[in-house]
Structure formats: C-alpha cells, structure tokens
Write a protein that binds this ligand. Structure first.
Ligand code: ASP
Length: 340
C-alpha cells in the first residue's frame, strides 16, 4: 500500500515539474500598426494576422494578441499614450500570468512611446517595443526576426528591472535612449552615446548594461487616474528666427513650451526675451537639436527656463508634460530633468 502511495506521489511530482518545464511563459503582444504591419501597395495587416505570420514565436512563449490600434506611428498622440499605459495595466491586472508585454509599433514615434512608457508603466513586467524598416511583403523584411527577438528579450529573466526596451536589428536599446537616425536603413536605430544595453544572437540574448536613471515602478509619474495630459508645444530655433513666432507660442493655449535650440542650448536673438520672463511664467525648456551629449550649466534663477540636459525636444516635451501633472514650480521641474 505504501509503495502504491509513494509511486502516486512520485508520478504527481514528475507531472507537475514536467508541465511546469514545458509550459512556456505567457507574452501579450499589443499591436499598434507601423511598417511592421504594413504591405507595400496593399492594406495594412491586422494584429492577429501579423502574429500568425510568424509561427516561430510559439517556440518561445504562449502568445496572446491584442490589437490596440492600427496606425502609422506619425499619428500617435499623447491621448493614445495615456490610453495605452492604462490598457497595459488592465491587461496585467486581468492576467497576472503575463510575463512580458511586446508592443509592435511604427518607428517614427517609437522613441517617444518608449520614453513615455518608461516613465509611466508602474510595474516590473518588461515591456519591449519592436518595429521594422521594411514592409512585411518586401524582400528580406526585417519584421519577423525583430518580433521573435523582442519576445526572446521580453521573456529573458534579465529583462526584469531594465525598464522599457526596444529591439531592432538584433540590438537592445533602453527606452530612454532610443533615437531614430535613418529614414530607411534596417539599422535606423544605431547605438547612441549611451550604447546598447544588450544583443540578440541566434542562440542567446545577452545583457551588458542596466539603465541607471529611474524608470517604470521607480518613477514618480502615476498617471492612471488622468483623462488627459498637459499640453506642451515644441518650437524649432533657426538662423534669423522671428520673435513673433515665439509670441504666438507663448500666447497660445498650452501649459509649457520646449525650444529645440542650436548646439549647447544656444539660441538666436529671436528668443532673447525669455530670459526676462518671471519664474511664474509657464515653463520653457531648452533642449539641444544636436543628438549627442548634454546642455551644460544650470537653469537661470528667477526665470521660467529649464535645461533639458541630454534629452532631445520630443522627449523633453514628454518629461515636461509628465512633470506638469505634479507641479508647475520651475525648480521642481528642473529637478525632474536632472533626475530622469
Ligand atoms: N511609417 C512608419 C511608422 O509607422 C515607419 C515605420 O514604422 O518604420 O512609423
């Protein structure tokens, strides 16, 4: 009798460990459109079809697909970002077994969506954004390999705590640092000053670095209860800039302004009046249009000016929007720009 009971227990333990070892991690793929879901001279691909076209995905994970939107990412908006981060929270609340979220996205605003989610996704569950530079029906389309790599990165135990990541062309970038630097090439996202955090090789995903700037569950930006985000505009400086343009942007309805300046934060004479504005004026962030290095120095006391450090204008806009959900005090906002 004891022998039979012992054999039953043994069988039970074996079957449990066997099912655990063979049960693949659950990955939710949220599709949003972009070139990865497009076909040249044909309508774009619906989310489920996009994923079904890459059956190899199920070698790595149990895949659930959810089509959030199907747009060219140049049509992405702050409202869609807000709805997306809530959508992700709801998905994780309804299925705590999800080990990772992969988001297929167009490359035009991929760096902005990644930066936004990196500051607002209040969870350690890894998010990996992925796209492609070639449409799905082009020769050597890069979408399928990028998608498989994104899932492999998302389920990698080392991905936990790395913040939002982006996988393109076998490279893993930190969501904060990504920059699109080419309009067409498959390596449109080269490593920035800060370098890739890891790589996807055929047999192994390897991480070499972790972002140190706070992100995801370490971030102070809790926005799940908001229905909209503060409005922030970007103005590009240029030689001979007309100050009337600045007057238009400072007078129009927005809660803040980002100036895309010359290197080092230098501005044309058309902007000189901002140095005479009081600190009670809506915040004006100076961000360099040069995609390398940071603006040195600190923000001039008693003015509404904030220095964006190494953030380009599109990301500085997002950080200002999020900062304004908490405060409109200039020095407190500058602290966020020094911290994030
Ligand atoms: N038009 C595309 C987009 O949605 C470009 C791409 O995905 O590569 O951003």
């Amino acid at each position: 009798m004891h022998k039979i009971i012992f054999i039953i227990i043994l069988l039970f333990c074996w079957s449990t460990s066997y099912s655990q070892s063979t049960t693949k991690p659950q990955v939710l793929i949220i599709t949003t459109g972009g070139t990865i879901a497009s076909k040249t001279n044909a309508p774009s691909i619906e989310g489920h079809d996009l994923i079904q076209a890459v059956p190899e995905l199920s070698n790595y994970a149990t895949i659930e697909v959810d089509e959030f939107v199907n747009i060219g990412s140049s049509k992405m908006t702050p409202l869609l970002w807000l709805q997306l981060v809530k959508h992700i929270r709801d998905a994780l609340n309804s299925n705590p077994e999800i080990k990772s979220i992969v988001i297929t996205h167009g490359t035009d605003t991929m760096e902005e969506t990644a930066f936004f989610l990196n500051l607002t996704h209040q969870s350690k569950v890894p998010i990996v954004l992925v796209g492609s530079m070639r449409s799905s029906n082009e020769v050597s389309a890069d979408g399928p390999a990028n998608l498989i790599n994104a899932v492999r990165v998302g389920i990698s135990p080392e991905a936990i705590g790395k913040g939002v990541m982006v996988v393109m062309n076998d490279n893993i970038s930190a969501g904060r640092d990504l920059l699109k630097m080419n309009n067409r090439r498959v390596d449109a996202f080269p490593s920035t000053d800060l370098g890739f955090i890891g790589f996807c090789d055929p047999e192994k995903v390897t991480f070499y670095r972790s972002p140190i700037k706070p992100h995801t569950s370490e971030s102070e930006f809790h926005i799940y209860n908001l229905d909209s985000l503060p409005k922030v505009d970007i103005v590009q400086d240029f030689a001979g800039f007309d100050s009337k343009i600045l007057t238009y942007f400072t007078n129009r309805y927005n809660q803040g302004l980002v100036i895309s300046s010359f290197a080092g934060g230098r501005l044309s004479n058309g902007f000189s009046e901002i140095y005479n504005l009081p600190a009670t004026h809506k915040p004006i962030v100076i961000s360099s249009s040069i995609k390398g290095g940071r603006i040195m120095g600190s923000n001039p006391e008693g003015t509404p000016i904030i220095i964006a450090n190494d953030l380009p204008s599109n990301k500085a806009r997002i950080l200002l929007m999020l900062s304004l959900t908490i405060t409109s005090k200039i020095n407190e906002i500058q602290d966020y720009f020094n911290k994030y």
